[in-house]
Design a protein around this ligand. Structure first.
Ligand SMILES: C[S@@+](CC[C@H](N)C(=O)[O-])C[C@H]1O[C@@H](n2cnc3c(N)ncnc32)[C@H](O)[C@@H]1O
Length: 278
């Protein structure tokens, strides 16, 4: 589905890919509860074919690949630089039962019923057409195959993600959200909307539960690097004047003070983790 909205998503994530690779171990450590939940609920079996969509540097899928024996993982992403990062990460980890491919999850050039399982951590909410991506997941899954996924819940449980855009909007650096649904990091927070998208994709059964994690940083500087280097707000923050960036940092210090202890800034995060069976 090459369109402007998807092209913008691709550009953002291409620009963040090198940093995602650089911060891979810290990401893995903070997000452990989420990828452990996903891999446990995917329950990959030796010999199976598993598809990871929106794989980024690929770590979630690589945990599944270790359980596949002579089965194979297809690790895919929309952004070419992310696909390169995943290739590099697989080599670093010595994962050999993996193929890498550019793939827009909203329009997969994969045959029907060609995978036994699919995994997507933090992808669907960023796609302009998550309904199409869920339909595509169902289409490429073999009967009985399951999709496991994680998206973030709401702004109050994810202050790490909701405070920066609020501050940027208040300072006039970001327009207020347009009416209607827009893709974004918290865009699938509404559980009933998420359920309705799953229902529209006509999976045989679905379940969703909340899973908590915490982004753990050494201090505000460490969180600032994460915000600028790894999140979709990075390109905008980098484009601000030095004064505007300083003002944002100062405001963040105030808002995040309750989560700070000497040597640790731990920001709670919550995901909807789900299983959808074809
Ligand atoms: C927040 S990152 C998550 C990366 C990885 N899944 C993880 O959990 O570490 C989001 C990823 O989704 C990818 N993405 C966004 N839209 C996509 C689409 N339509 N198809 C495939 N990948 C997409 C981005 O390129 C980016 O790599």
């Amino acid at each position: 589905m090459p369109n402007d909205a998807t092209d913008r998503v691709r550009q953002v994530w291409d620009s963040q890919a090198d940093k995602w690779f650089e911060h891979r171990e810290a990401m893995l450590a903070s997000s452990r509860p989420i990828h452990e939940w996903l891999v446990a609920h995917l329950d990959p079996q030796p010999g199976q074919r598993v598809l990871e969509i929106a794989a980024g540097p690929g770590d979630t899928g690589f945990l599944a690949a270790r359980l596949l024996g002579n089965g194979r993982l297809l690790s895919t992403d929309l952004a070419p630089v992310m696909v390169d990062a995943a290739r590099q990460r697989a080599a670093e980890l010595g994962i050999t039962n993996v193929d890498h491919r550019l793939l827009d999850a909203q329009a997969m050039d994969l045959p029907d019923a060609s995978v036994d399982g699919a995994i997507c951590r933090w992808g669907f909410m960023l796609m302009p057409d998550p309904a199409a991506a869920l339909r595509e997941c169902r289409r490429v899954l073999a009967p009985g195959g399951r999709l496991v996924f994680a998206v973030f819940t709401g702004p109050d449980e994810n202050l790490w993600a909701s405070i920066p855009p609020r501050l940027l909007i208040a300072a006039g650096h970001l327009p207020p959200p347009a009416p209607g649904w827009q893709p974004g990091i918290l865009a699938l927070a509404d559980r009933s909307r998420l359920q309705s998208l799953l229902d529209q994709a006509a999976f045989a059964s679905t379940s969703i539960e909340a899973v908590d994690m915490a982004w753990t940083f050494t201090d505000l500087d460490d969180y600032w690097r994460f915000l600028v280097d790894l999140t979709a707000l990075g390109p905008l923050i980098r484009s601000l004047s030095e004064t505007a960036r300083d003002e944002l940092r100062t405001a963040l210090v105030d808002r995040l003070a309750p989560f700070s202890r000497p040597g640790v800034l731990a920001l709670p995060a919550r995901c909807w983790c789900g299983v959808a069976v074809r």
